[in-house]
Design a protein around this ligand. Sequence first.
Ligand code: SAM
Length: 320
Amino acid sequence: MIVDKLGRRFKNLRVSLTAACNYACTYCVPNGKRLLKAENELSADALLKLTQLIQSAAGIEQLRITGGDPLVTPKFDEFLLGVAALPLKDFSLTTNGQLLLNKAEVIKASGIQRMNISLDTLNPLRFKQIARGGDLETVLQGMERMQSFGIKLKVNMVPMRSSNQEDILPLLDYCLDRGIELRYIELMRMGHLTQGNAYQTDFLSMQHLLDEIGRQYRFERTDAPFDSTAVRFHIPGRGYFGIIANESEPFCTACTRLRLSSDGYLYGCLSNSARTYIGDLVSLPGHIALPKLQKILLSALGHKRLAFQGETTVMKFIGG
Ligand code: SAM
């Protein structure tokens, strides 16, 4: 088992299936361009083989499929069904939800139990301004369809001072009414947000969010799993919400995440652009590939930070 001095090990793998996305969210993509794959993206089969190899080398228990947006690539069906057949404790998906209706059948067939939908507003105009693509109503219908399959949903919202501050409470109400857990994600200093002052202007802290929510609800902090990225709260009689408080309460010292990009790089930390190419391991026999990967995992674990400090890496390449 590969473990660091803080007891951190990789248990949770996030695979970015493609860097392409049908949105160009203002906080993720600087210039509004979208649908760009990374150069040399790996096939579904190669990503599955790497996933299995990583699983054997690191003892991965949970896997999340992400992107870009994982639903935009033709690789999605093969990869999802392939992952569903792996001996994992749990697998899940993060998507902007725009293509859920198109992919409903394969999603149902995979037996997936939970899913995170990124949704920053319930206002159609603000939706267009932030996502710079897509259609709000289609996402909401897709979410309903997923719930009709019994899939447990979480919604991820990135609250920002200049664009969707007004949505903090309406989105919470919407989620509570439907048994969905809302996760507010504190804006991360990633990609283009490491430059200029957009980050400072737009950042809303956990305390700010709690003050806002406290105007309407009484809530209490509640337990979250040891390696959870979110601080979790309970609103008696209504449900739960969480805050991924990268800045206010970093979760780095308990982080168990490892990331594989669509072009075959392993990242040990979201806040560190250090990465190692492992795409070439696919063609090697297992007894040669495995020890090589173990060495790479050891150095990837060494890349984990003690606090989130942002990074120039663009989220859409490593999937958040
Ligand atoms: N396209 C998929 C989606 O929308 O969920 C998966 C990829 S997206 C990069 C994953 C998550 O990262 C989304 O919830 C998105 O809101 C979040 N994200 C991207 N850039 C961010 C930033 N600078 N700060 C906080 N969250 C960010």
